[in-house]
Design a binder for this molecule. Sequence first.
Ligand code: BGC
Length: 452
Amino acid sequence: MAYHQKISSASFGPDFLWGVAIAAAQNEGAYNADGRGLSIWDSFSRRPGKIKGGAKPFEACDFYYRYKDDLMLVKALGFTVFRFSISWSRILPEGMGRINKEGIAFYHKLIDECLELGLIPYVTLYHWDLPLELQKNGGWTSHQMLKWFTRFVTVCAEEFGDKVKNWIILNEPMGFTSLGYMLGMHAPGKTGLSNFLPAVHNAALCQAEGGRIIRSLVLKANIGTTFSFSEVMPYTQREEDMLAAKRVDAMLNRLFIEPVLGRGYPHVENFPLLDKLHLHNKAWKYIERMKFNFDFIGLQNYFSITVKHNPLIPYLHASEVKATTRKAPHTDMGWEINADSFYRVIKRVWLYGGVKEILITESGAFFKDELVNGVVNDEKRIDYFQQYITAMLKAKKEGVNVNGYFAWTLTDNFEWSEGYKARFGLIHLDCKTQLRTIKNSGYWFRDFLKTY
Ligand code: BGC
């Protein structure tokens, strides 16, 4: 069966990278196999009420044992890039010190298999699964974080640097610092500014330092890091809503990229939270150290957001006016679907200047899929991809150096605090039997990529 193609992958040229992305904590499972240490997600998921349905990442998609089959699926769908992350506690069970040889062996096998199949590995160093032992000593809030991260990155570079050339230092630092160290919704479940401010600073330092380590240890490395970008729109044109949008924008979109570009943390007038961030971390001393000349910036976009002034919300004084309330098109996560806004964020990142290349390192959507007689007819997801890929093409045609699109994600997986019900995969996962069924969106990609 051929799927209706509104656009063709040929329009992107032969060098454009089409990939699919996963993450260790969301896919691997095998949480205590072969000497792996625990991560903050293994322990956080045991806390009652933290994860929907009481779900745990212990088995996830069993990728640790099924990686060969999964990579065959990546290949069968026609992708040429496979983005995955390394589980820190699998290779350094205590986060520091002792190396777990079996963990290292797993990633060698995975990388070798990719290379054998002609899939280019893009390796994320940190996709949110800090070793639990490090969290016991403060995790991302600790002054020791840079030392711990240096050790981890060094081990990875020395072990895999001969085979892997494409490295991603952090996955969405705003995601794990805000959800994990401010709002308590993600592991390790910490809250408040006393956790958030140091976590942000340590992440900003690690993202640049990680880049420097890979540059010095890996010959011909292609180094990037990823950020989530979400266009922030004011609910009304009233001044207080416009200012609210400015504050939220600084937090969501500017906080981590501007230090990388050498501008330090952003400044917004009358926004004491940012002033505190500057002061608490003596940020002016670190402008140079937070800077790194990345080869590419990984742009990840899942929604645009509309906000209004709300004095009851601490620090930000802003709250979201949800897409569902506004009756705007949205995914089953309630996230606004707005491909024009995707186009605008791509342009905006490019117009910063100093960004050499943009890769869309994650893009995808959760819709409530139904598996009926072995078929998942996820038309909404197909439509989503068509709209977003078309928007990206528009930006490319206007001169933005955007050279890759990695769909999120391969199989349905452990969607953090949403558990297993929020399905983003191109492949349906039966969590009980581990059976994989390619969704129609997967077949859509296969046909889309074949047209080249
Ligand atoms: C994260 C993924 C996550 C996706 C959907 C991204 O921010 O990198 O791990 O599954 O969002 O929520």
